[in-house]
Design a protein around this ligand. Structure first.
Ligand code: 5GP
Ligand code: ZN
Length: 142
């Protein structure tokens, strides 16, 4: 369950302080120390799992099942205009803590501290090419 050198396992066990939002048998939610926007919350499974690749289905269900109620609580408490939910896996994607976590980031305006950019390549792929891409993934599902 617990990983000895893991920052978030230590937070779950109360060995390191956190500002707790919610806890049950499977989930722990607390304020991100960086507060990218006000109310920025991390939701983590109590079972140590490095990232999404390592997470078994049962853990994922138990853990993600609590995300909507925490999202609704953020909405009620902070009255944001929007909410981004973000999960970074591996270095290039920005993962810095190797215990699965989802960021719940309430949004207030375009310059509120959270930013992301992605390109829309709708015209770069034909339907056939998209189906080939889909097949590569569906054939890899175990
Ligand atoms: P990642 O970059 O892995 O997606 O997100 C890790 C997050 O953990 C960052 O947003 C960072 O601010 C947060 N974080 C790192 N150390 C601590 C800590 O000791 N306490 C809390 N509450 N958050 C932390
Ligand atoms: Zn851990």
């Amino acid at each position: 369950m617990r990983h000895e050198d893991c920052l978030f396992c230590k937070i779950i066990d109360g060995e390191l302080p956190s500002a707790k939002v919610y806890e049950d048998d499977h989930v722990y939610a607390f304020m991100d120390i960086s507060q990218v926007t006000e109310g920025h919350t991390l939701v983590i499974p109590k079972k140590h799992t490095i990232n999404i690749y390592e997470t078994d289905e049962e853990t994922a269900k138990n853990f993600f099942g609590s995300v909507p109620k925490i999202a609704n609580a953020i909405k009620k408490a902070f009255n944001p205009v929007g909410l981004n939910i973000l999960n970074n896996n591996d270095i290039l994607a920005g993962q810095t803590v190797y215990h699965l976590h989802f960021h719940l980031i309430p949004r207030y305006d375009e310059n509120d501290g959270f930013d992301y950019k992605w390109t829309m390549n709708r015209d770069e792929y034909s339907q056939e090419e998209r189906e080939d891409l889909a097949k590569r993934i569906s054939q890899a599902i175990e």
